[in-house]
Design a protein around this ligand. Structure first.
Ligand code: UDP
Ligand code: MG
Length: 324
């Protein structure tokens, strides 16, 4: 039986992580509310804004909105824990039948919401909005994103090219996601990994409406490596391969060195020695660094600190959903 056949109302929460989005936030939320009116009558909705430690007036703007409307709630994190943690906080604080995770800057077009709900009602557990292109981003950003996804797909076999965090998740998917014990999370990767029945909606990503992207080059680089290393240990095996290759080279050079020695021309090997030292030294350093970053990941996981901390004084949640 599909959801449409059931007479009961289904509840949908829109989880929107925000970080320093005071510019344009009110207008963006108005636009989102506008699109919610196009949803079928059997779906009731509310918005859960997760403030990820904004240092501008973002929480104040949302608090004012909460005072005006009962279908908007606010969860304020103690500091900037990152978008992944903000999404987790949102998922932990809703009892809706499904959620849609979306950005606040309208780069995740709210006009897709009715189609997402339609697919969910037909029994699909995950509805993913997939970017057709990243034409609104700079050439360098596009190059970096393409390289990352190519590498990620090759190493993990997950196929995330052009995926986004704009997703509808059914309650069973939310519960499965929350039950995953790991701290380092890559939302779009993990949802794909769980492999619930999914449908995709392609969309052209519009340019940011106001404010600017929160991801600098370094932050993106760190996030990319975290995402890859939390999904695969293959780079560690590549170290073994690298060891094999240097061993082969050393066999060849060893044979040549022996030949030179036996034929009495052993002196002119100085350049080779320097090159070998440099190559082996850098391979060793690189391998140690790689090992170190996986050890750091284990260290982080073992500490098992919470994903986020909530400021209950600034949060505005319905009485039925107290901050956890
Ligand atoms: N965001 C967040 N915490 C962060 C960075 C971003 O909650 O540490 C939010 C941000 O406010 C926005 C969404 O995540 O609603 C996407 O961020 P952004 O638009 O900067 O990312 P981009 O679209 O450039 O990938
Ligand atoms: Mg954006």
């Amino acid at each position: 039986m599909t959801i449409q056949d059931t007479p009961t109302t289904r509840h949908l929460t829109l989880i929107i992580p925000v970080y320093n989005e005071a510019d344009g936030l009110r207008r963006h939320l108005d636009e989102i509310f506008c699109q919610l009116e196009a949803l079928p009558a059997f779906v009731s909705t509310d918005l859960l804004i997760v403030d990820d430690g904004s240092t501008d007036t973002t929480p104040g703007i949302v608090q004012a909105l909460c005072a005006q409307r009962s279908d908007i709630a606010l969860l304020v994190l103690n500091r900037n824990f990152g978008k992944e943690a903000a999404i987790m906080a949102g998922l932990d604080h809703t009892d809706a039948d499904a959620v849609v995770v979306m950005d606040s800057d309208l780069q995740h077009p709210p006009v897709l919401l009715p189609k997402m709900v339609e697919l969910w009602s037909s029994g699909v557990d995950v509805v993913e909005a997939v970017k057709i292109s990243r034409n609104t981003r700079s050439g360098l950003y596009r190059y970096f994103a393409n390289t990352f996804y190519r590498l990620f797909d090759a190493l993990t076999g997950l196929g995330l090219h052009n995926h986004s965090d704009y997703k509808l998740l059914d309650r069973k998917v939310i519960e499965a996601y929350r039950s995953l014990p790991e701290r380092t999370r890559f939302f779009r990767g993990l949802v794909n990994w769980m492999h619930f029945p999914a449908a995709q909606i392609p969309f052209e990503e519009p340019a940011r409406e106001a404010g600017e992207s929160k991801w600098g080059a370094l932050r993106l680089l760190k996030l990319s490596w975290q995402s890859i290393s939390s999904f695969t240990a293959l780079p560690l095996q590549l170290v073994t391969l690298l060891g094999g290759v240097t061993f082969l080279i050393s066999l060849l050079l060893g044979a040549k060195a022996l030949y030179d020695k036996l034929s009495g021309q052993a002196l002119d090997g100085f350049t080779t020695v320097i090159l070998l030292l440099l190559i082996i030294g850098s391979v060793l350093m690189f391998s140690l660094g790689l090992l170190g970053s996986y050890v750091a990941r284990i260290y982080d996981e073992i500490k098992a600190r919470p994903h986020y901390l909530i400021d209950p004084g600034k949060s505005r949640l319905p009485a039925t959903r107290k901050a956890k």
